[in-house]
Design a protein around this ligand. Structure first.
Ligand code: PLP
Length: 348
């Protein structure tokens, strides 16, 4: 049956999500999930009816949180579906291209590949910033430029002045897609204020990280209404299950937002704890991180990853040589991880 699949799909290597990689352990710090398991009430009464395509309460709630107008918001099955919708709506297969800057999130490449859209790869500079000259030289055929900030897996922010330069370079030619999956951990770094000035900006957001709702599958695209209208044409007719919007609306209520902000403060304190603790160890480098994870460079990253795995501490190995990405868990998980690494490095 495999030979019946599209050639592009036959050749595809699926995204190796932390979940697919598996592992068994009691400390799970590999998927940038929140350690907080918040409680919600769901109403199972009107499930005989289809959901609204774009539930008004959800769109209004997120628009208010993000500081934009409801016409500038589209909700989808996670930010991942937002990536796919943008590619499907704006890129002609076998004709247009997307551009992205590794090391970065893997789904831009995979969604483009699945859709038969060319990928132009312009690596970040050695300090993980945009190489604007190389981007400019590679813009032919490019409809979407993906920029992730805070960048996954490196953790750093992309300089605001470079994002503005990029928006100007691409004006009337391509859309700059800012992936702000982790922006709730550093809201002051958002580019949302640039929407008013740059119609070619789209911003991806998610409830999966700071809102502690990875299992809910709820994300958003923020953009000029004309981009949102195009995306609305390609989205499925009933993309948001009723319980998903019910729960997301609760998370976006005043009490929900207060709890999210409190949990962000808690995780930021844990990140500082882990960063300071790791910083005292010899032979490793901890990069400054703005999301709920830290990228750490060891002498032998693969060996550290494997030793942790064998001890039930599941981290994420990264494409950057000798680097391991550690999600910020609760304090107990951070302490266990720190003491494991301390002992492992002393033993090595
Ligand atoms: C987690 C993540 C996403 C996907 O978010 P979902 O809403 O869970 O699909 C998108 N971009 C980046 C950079 C991420 O880390």
């Amino acid at each position: 049956m495999e030979r019946l699949a599209r050639k592009q799909v036959q050749a595809l290597t699926p995204y190796l999500s932390a979940r697919r990689i598996g592992g068994c352990g009691d400390v799970w710090l590999n998927a940038n999930e929140s350690p907080f398991d918040n409680e919600y009430k769901t109403n199972f009464s009107r499930l005989n009816r289809y959901s609204e395509c774009q539930p008004k309460a959800l769109i209004d709630g997120y628009a208010a949180y993000a500081g934009v107008a409801p016409e500038q918001v589209l909700t989808s099955r996670g930010a991942d579906e937002g990536i796919e919708l943008l590619i499907r709506a704006f890129c002609e297969p076998n004709e247009d291209a997307i551009l992205y800057c590794p090391p970065t999130y893997g789904m831009y490449a995979i969604s483009a590949e699945t859709s038969g859209v060319e990928r132009k790869v312009v690596p970040l500079t050695s300090d993980w910033q945009l190489d604007l000259e190389a981007i400019q030289a590679n813009l032919a055929k490019v409809k979407l430029v993906f920029v992730c900030s805070p960048n996954n897996p490196t953790g750093n922010l992309i300089k605001r002045e470079d994002i503005i330069r990029l928006l100007e370079l691409t004006q009337d030619k391509a859309i700059v897609v800012m992936d702000e999956a982790y922006i709730d951990f550093c809201p002051e770094a958002s580019t949302v204020d640039l929407l008013a000035q740059y119609p070619n900006l789209a911003i991806l957001r998610t409830m999966s990280k700071a809102f502690a709702l990875a299992g809910l599958r709820c994300g958003f695209t923020l953009a000029n209404p004309s981009i949102i209208e195009v995306l609305s044409k390609v989205i499925a007719p009933y993309p948001v299950p009723v319980p998903v919007s019910d729960i997301a609306v609760q998370a976006l209520s005043e009490a929900g937002l207060a709890r999210m902000r409190y949990q962000v403060l808690d995780l930021s304190a844990n990140r500082a704890y882990l960063q300071a603790g790791l910083g005292m160890l010899d032979g490793i480098e901890v990069f400054e991180g703005w999301g709920n994870y830290l990228l750490v460079k060891f002498n032998d990253g693969d060996a550290v990853f494997k030793a942790a795995w064998d001890n039930g501490i599941i981290l994420r190995n990264s494409p950057i040589k000798d680097c391991v990405r550690i999600s910020i868990g609760n304090r107990d998980e951070c302490e266990k991880t720190l003491s494991f690494l301390r002992n492992a490095l002393i033993a090595a």
